[in-house]
Design a protein around this ligand. Structure first.
Ligand code: ADP
Ligand code: MG
Length: 263
């Protein structure tokens, strides 16, 4: 059964989409079965997977509003390594239409139910706001992965986000956990980044991934090639960092399983 992970941060440009596609590609490289659900109407995860958001037949809109079965909405990334549910501008309409439905917070959860056992991981790329799409992601997820840049005010934003996640979880999904906090676009020469990073570890301890994603031009270029960086330049610092993160996640998951077995 897949572990469903919502990649969320109400701030834009912190590396949510980059994390979704590169982590999906990295886990796929270790033969895990992965699905990426693009819930951002900007469709960046879609384009970044090499799928043309203007040409795609079905999107998350069909899944959420039309109740089109998930297996009919799923496409493959261009490299054929992971699956994708695409997004484009239509998904903006889904956000509005969702309001009309009863149990609107769990539409995504219900829609993914029928394909969940076909995957090891499902990543949901959230839009940069706390709207009904993000609420649906939280409703469907087992946990939330929060990418963040170590800059001034970052901690404040993070505390607010975690507060919101906790409140939302109490209503739509009491089991929702924090999967981990990921430091992105990290520059170790920047003193402020180091200070914020230290505070982050003090506040959130083990929840902060040991793996740090450096600022790396290959990661920024990758979307224009329509493929995650780990496919077109596996030796880049960015690709290596996401491969390392995938390894860290798998080791964590194993440890957690062992711990549960012991109980
Ligand atoms: P979000 O989904 O949170 O809005 P993105 O993943 O789209 O953020 O990243 C914002 C921009 O920064 C994009 O242009 C992306 O290519 C670039 N970017 C993301 N991570 C890195 C990184 N580690 N190094 C350099 N550029 C990055
Ligand atoms: Mg994004």
């Amino acid at each position: 059964m897949a572990r469903v992970i919502a990649v969320a941060n109400q701030k834009g440009g912190v590396g949510k989409t980059t994390t979704c596609v590169n982590l999906a590609a990295s886990l796929a490289a270790t033969r895990r079965k992965v699905l990426v659900v693009d819930l951002d109407p900007q469709g960046n995860a879609t384009m970044g997977s090499g799928v043309d958001k203007y040409e795609v037949e079905h999107t998350a809109y069909d899944l959420l509003v039309e109740e089109t079965p998930a297996e009919q909405v799923i496409v493959r990334d261009t490299s054929g390594k992971y699956d994708l549910i695409a997004a484009n501008g239509d998904v903006t309409a889904a956000e509005i239409k969702l309001m009309e439905f009863f149990a609107r917070e769990v539409r995504l959860r219900n829609a993914l139910e029928r394909v969940k056992d076909q995957y090891d991981f499902i990543f949901i790329d959230c839009p940069p706001s706390l709207n009904m799409l993000t609420v649906n992601a939280m409703g469907a997820a087992d946990s939330v992965l929060v990418p963040m840049q170590c800059e001034y005010y970052a901690l404040e934003g993070l505390t607010a986000l975690i507060d919101t996640i906790t409140k939302l979880a109490a209503v739509v999904n009491p089991e929702l956990a924090i999967e981990g906090i990921l430091r992105t676009m990290y520059d170790p020469r920047n003193r402020l980044a180091n200070d914020v990073s230290d505070q982050l570890k003090q506040h959130f301890g083990d929840k902060v991934y040991r793996t740090v994603i450096p600022r790396n031009v290959r990661l920024a270029e990758a979307p224009s090639f329509g493929a995650p960086a780990i496919y077109y330049d596996k030796s880049s610092a960015g690709a290596k960092a996401y491969l390392a993160l995938a390894g860290e996640m798998l080791r964590r998951a194993e440890r957690n399983e062992l711990a549960t077995e012991e109980v």
